[in-house]
Design a protein around this ligand. Sequence first.
Ligand SMILES: Nc1nc2c(ncn2[C@@H]2O[C@H](COP(=O)(O)OP(=O)(O)OP(=O)(O)O)[C@@H](O)[C@H]2O)c(=O)[nH]1
Ligand SMILES: [Mg+2]
Ligand SMILES: [Zn+2]
Length: 313
Amino acid sequence: MTMSQAQAHGEPGRVIASHGRHVVVEAADRATIPCTLAARRLQVVCGDEVLWERSDTAGRGIVLDRLPRRSALSRLNASGQSEAVVANISQLIVVFAPEPVPDFFIIDRYVAAAELYGLKALVVLNKEEMPDESGVSRDELSVYARIGYGVAICSATTGSGVAELRPRLQSEVSVLLGQSGVGKSTLANRLLPGLDAETAALSRSTLEGQHITSVSTLHHLPGGGDLIDSPGVRDYAPDVELLADPAHAFREFTAPAAHCRFQDCRHLREPDCAVRSAVESGEITPRRYESYRRLSRLQAKVRETRPRKPGRS
Ligand SMILES: Nc1nc2c(ncn2[C@@H]2O[C@H](COP(=O)(O)OP(=O)(O)OP(=O)(O)O)[C@@H](O)[C@H]2O)c(=O)[nH]1
Ligand SMILES: [Mg+2]
Ligand SMILES: [Zn+2]
């Protein structure tokens, strides 16, 4: 049977749990079917839309094909190839907190990734009830608000601000990102009471013996929208190689960049750079510009050591 014949037989569904080549598909009627993948070449991750069919009377199924992705977060695998971690997400929720001490370069890198992948970014200051030793958390949050990102303040432990978060997730497929310890898991559990139990159940249904912490799962939020919980995303660092155009990833650079003397200005040492002027006048936050420079340097270094097109010899 060719793949197009197979396609004709398949029913549409969505992958709501994945661990390697074992997946759970949610059918149109919301039934969940543990599935294996029909072909070696099929790469399927949590969030993927697929065509599947039943393969036995015990309720198991087989994924025949994957439908085109609207978006994906990818990372380099052990053999240096870009590999999707989650698919069809629409929003990155970038979480930070007074503690651990925020690294805003990491936050800028996530926000830049959202920009380049065409996703929304929502920047969330968690642990709002904690004293802010650094004293800059709220000011930095307002920097993101000023350049047009959604922002929110909440406490996953007291629950304050969490209700206000729900409408922002309603029509989205979101993932939580942020440094270790900022409260992503606590927040996910607050948004989805029973999350751990649900993940464990999905895991038991297909991925026999797999530890639930290595399974990616998609959950329907009670107020609408979906949340993907993925270990591959929690410690996700966007590949700098993918940040092909760092300037484009810093949205507040776009307007001034139109006035740089050179059209291909990289806003580093070029004369008459309107972006640098905007930094000097305070229109662009120097800290964001510093993140841009760091990302550009990092990218240049990667380009040196990892040529785009390896020689054929
Ligand atoms: N005070 C306070 N503590 C919080 C809040 N949210 C989470 N925590 C605590 O912060 C610690 C880390 O929370 P986690 O939810 O495990 O953080 P995480 O982001 O999932 O961390 P990793 O899984 O390591 O990436 C835990 O001790 C939580 O109880 C909050 O809103 N306020
Ligand atoms: Mg966690
Ligand atoms: Zn410039």
